[in-house]
Design a protein around this ligand. Structure first.
Ligand SMILES: Nc1ncnc2c1ncn2[C@@H]1O[C@H](COP(=O)(O)OP(=O)(O)OP(=O)(O)O)[C@@H](O)[C@H]1O
Ligand SMILES: CC(C)(CO)[C@@H](O)C(=O)[O-]
Ligand code: BAL
Length: 286
């Protein structure tokens, strides 16, 4: 560990300042880990920062609410922003820098490039959030190059994102290892997510039903049932818990995301569902 573990990490706001730091670290032969986030940090993000801290001599957490990956302007406007609190939460982990660029550091005037990963983005969140993965892959490519990190840490909660980013780094020969980390959950099973802050008290009580339904369905799939048979009861249970819509509830191959009826190879169950105006996503291994 290189930082005093209770001193808040410096907040770096410009690319030249970031480069000055990383150049020094590189010259000293240090390894750099990056944890890309959009802020409103919770234990899920902190678990990524801890994993980076354990593996790398320098750790950068990035906080940037990337407008290009929001397909819905209301979602962007409502996205929680808690920078001071985020810095306080990171202090005990002892990260070395928090990179909080403004829009101009990431998308300078005239910016005209999009990184688009085909093949893994036509389904699941890609099918329901047009442009989302192009915007995400573009900013992540920039963050990889701006930080010149050796390793990048992503949560399995956003499993499709993890697959897309891994493919993108490989396809573009970006010399970075993408590390997937387990989903951190609340005690009642709800996957931690910044958007959970937007749930009303009443909706928060019903939110864990998504994970309950998925866990039951995964157990039934392992016992030999198929998705078509199980889906109607799962949807009915979500409906009676107050979910107003289900974007998808699908079994897919863990590698490549092909649609499956049964877990005849390593597979994951994926869901996205709406509760009181908030879109919750989750996925679990089957
Ligand atoms: N519960 C979690 N467990 C582990 N990693 C997580 C969890 N939630 C988010 N992450 C990871 O944190 C990184 C940053 O995600 P992001 O800032 O979008 O947070 P988020 O909580 O997923 O917010 P939202 O889904 O509401 O946008 C991503 O790699 C994401 O997968
Ligand atoms: C990876 C990411 C920080 C890119 O904006 C975002 O998609 C997220 O927070 O998961
Ligand atoms: N957590 C993935 C980023 C997003 O929802 O836009």
């Amino acid at each position: 560990m290189t930082a005093d573990s209770h001193r808040p990490a410096p907040i770096v706001r410009t690319l030249p300042d970031l480069r000055a730091l990383t150049r020094r670290w590189r010259d000293a032969g240090e390894t750099i880990g990056v944890v890309p986030t959009m802020g409103a940090l919770h234990q899920g993000h902190l678990s990524l920062a801890r994993a980076a801290r354990a593996d790398c001599s320098r750790v950068i957490v990035t906080i940037f609410v990337n407008p290009r990956q929001f397909n819905n302007p209301e979602d962007l406007a409502a996205y929680p922003r808690t920078e001071d609190e985020d810095a306080r939460k990171l202090a005990p982990i002892g990260v070395d820098a928090i990179y909080v660029p403004d829009g101009a550091q990431v998308y300078p005037e005239g910016f005209a490039t999009t990184v688009s990963v085909t093949g893994l983005t036509g389904m699941l969140c890609g099918a329901h959030r047009p442009g989302h993965f192009d915007g995400m892959a573009t900013v992540v490519a920039k963050l990889f190059l701006q930080t010149s990190a050796d390793r990048a840490y992503f949560g399995q909660k956003d499993y499709q994102q993890l697959q897309v980013v891994t493919r993108m780094a490989r396809d573009l020969d970006i010399p970075i290892e993408v590390v997937g980390c387990p989903t951190i959950r609340e005690e009642d099973g709800l996957a931690m997510s910044s958007r959970n802050l937007l749930l009303s008290d009443r909706a928060r009580i019903h939110a864990p039903v998504l994970h309950e339904v998925m866990a039951q369905m995964a157990a039934d799939l392992r016992a030999g049932a198929d998705v078509t048979t199980l889906r109607p009861a799962a949807l009915a249970r979500l409906d009676s818990a107050g979910f107003t819509g289900v974007d998808y509830l699908e079994l897919r191959a863990a590698e490549g995301l092909a649609l499956l009826e049964r877990p005849d190879r390593p597979a994951r169950l994926f869901a996205a569902a709406w509760l009181a105006g908030v879109r919750l996503i989750d996925n679990i291994a089957v």
